[in-house]
Design a protein around this ligand. Structure first.
Ligand code: FMN
Length: 164
């Protein structure tokens, strides 16, 4: 497997905050990267995300693939909303499109204050296999529902070796 997983030990921070009613909200969006290479942007984003998200009890996964970001944020509704507004105003990406915002009985990415997985040219074969596995014709998240994106991210997390 050649998928690059950019998480660091500190990113493995389970939320310390109690959930409201035992559940959380899940928010999924997609966007297009602008500006510098993701190799430069991603470590900076991850540094910010780790500190902030663990303080706010937010967990999730950020995937970069073919010039697009796809991210799931999990946590309290207020915290997730506030973060999404900040992320939406970030000039490092554009065409930010909300695909899912709904209550969930549990977290899918509870171990990660923010896991980052980057699919690049070297991992194109694996990405294609994954897309086929999910019965998608190609990596075209613009045409996927929020639940399909979530399914893709969950599968990606499962098949990508943990860097630890
Ligand atoms: C694709 C993408 C994903 C991001 N994910 C997060 C995140 O999960 N948590 C976070 O705190 N910041 C994240 N950021 C960074 C925020 O947009 C913002 O720069 C950061 O929270 C600092 O906000 P502030 O300058 O208002 O303090 C992300 C940025 C981008 C472009």
């Amino acid at each position: 497997m050649n998928l690059k997983s950019k998480e660091a030990p500190e990113s493995k921070a389970r939320s310390q905050k109690p959930e409201d009613g035992g559940g959380c909200v899940q928010l999924v969006y997609i966007s297009r990267a602008v500006g510098r290479e993701p190799e430069v942007e991603l470590p900076q984003i991850l540094r910010l995300a780790r500190g902030h998200n663990s303080e706010q009890g937010i967990t999730g996964l950020l995937c970069f693939a073919y010039g697009r970001y796809m991210q799931v944020l999990e946590g309290g509704a207020k915290e997730v909303n506030a973060l999404y507004l900040r992320i939406g105003a970030d000039k490092r990406h554009e065409a930010v499109r909300l695909l899912k915002f709904s209550q969930s009985p549990s977290r899918m990415f509870a171990l990660w204050s923010m896991r980052v997985i980057c699919l690049d040219e070297n991992s194109a074969a694996e990405a294609r296999a994954l897309v086929r596995f999910n019965n998608f014709g190609a990596f075209e998240p613009e045409n996927w529902t929020g639940d399909e994106c979530l399914g893709f991210l969950r599968t990606l997390a499962r098949v990508t070796p943990d860097a630890e």
